[in-house]
Design a protein around this ligand. Sequence first.
Ligand code: SAH
Length: 343
Amino acid sequence: MAQIDILSLTKDELSASVAEMGEKSFRAKQIYDWLHVKKITDFSQMSNISAQFRDEISRKFCLKSLKIKKRLVSHIDNTVKYLYELPDGQAIESVLMEYKHGNSLCISSQVGCKMGCRFCASTIAGWVRNLEPSEMLLQIYETERDSGRHVDSIVMMGIGEPLDNFDNTVKFLEILNSGGEGMSLRHLSLSTCGVVDKIYRLAELKLGVTLSISLHAATDAKRSAIMPINDRFGLEPLMKACDDYFRITGRRISFEYSLIEGVNDTDDSADELIKLLRGKKCHINLIPINEIKERDFKKSRFVERFQNRLANAGLNATVRRTLGADINAACGQLRRENLSADD
Ligand code: SAH
């Protein structure tokens, strides 16, 4: 019988499994603590569990781990980029960034991506598989172990579309919420290209997650040209879902807008964005696009001009600081290089 991936079980699921083994419920709590507070890497470390029960546990469950395949440290700002190898040999990326308010970790949610955004390196070789909840958690646990730094906030902005791996993402959030990170999900941002039906499902769960929308263009024509998801869910239903998310959860939405020369960085594009977002309670993050060698999109030269035009219309936007510029820290680039190296 296949072993159960113990780190992917929610507290309730673990309790049910432990009860099936004929053990009292406090045992489940002890084990959950070892897994998610003390973050053990081997069942033998569970010193308050009898050797006999530990044996039973290691027959029924497996404890997954990630291997560090590559670690790149930025000499500019201490950003650390990890290429992690999963148990089946696939690779994903996580990026640890230092901010004034603490350490933030950007994690992946899938191996590859189906969404096909034209400017994104993660999508070029397509989608391989979803990550298990354990594989999302382990990116945090391994990074903390390796770096000796505590992760204070998480952004789901690495490889993959978290809402295209909805059930595993929600389980990951539930475990994080009831585990040892002591992290309110307010300190977690989930970034989506705009999978509208799943935005509603997430809102209804009221997990308190901050939602980031990868907008990148403010008309359907311009957005569809760079983001295929826009043909499935256009701007009208997307903006309605954002309003509803805010109404249901009370959490402000963040809009990401990566500026690409000649594509979405003109004064007209700024005015379209103003029209779309004026009066909304939201944050706007402008990002100078990271150029990837497989595509010829160029970084905009008009970031400041774009920002000023928004400001003059009363819309405050921040320009995201580029971190890890010397280590290729943009989405999917490291895995992509690794794939080509293996070819
Ligand atoms: N699938 C999710 C999360 C992963 S991408 C999403 O679409 O939001 C994380 C963010 O990086 C998104 O805003 C995405 O549009 C952006 N991004 C991807 N490639 C980029 C690049 N080359 N330069 C700048 N931003 C990029």
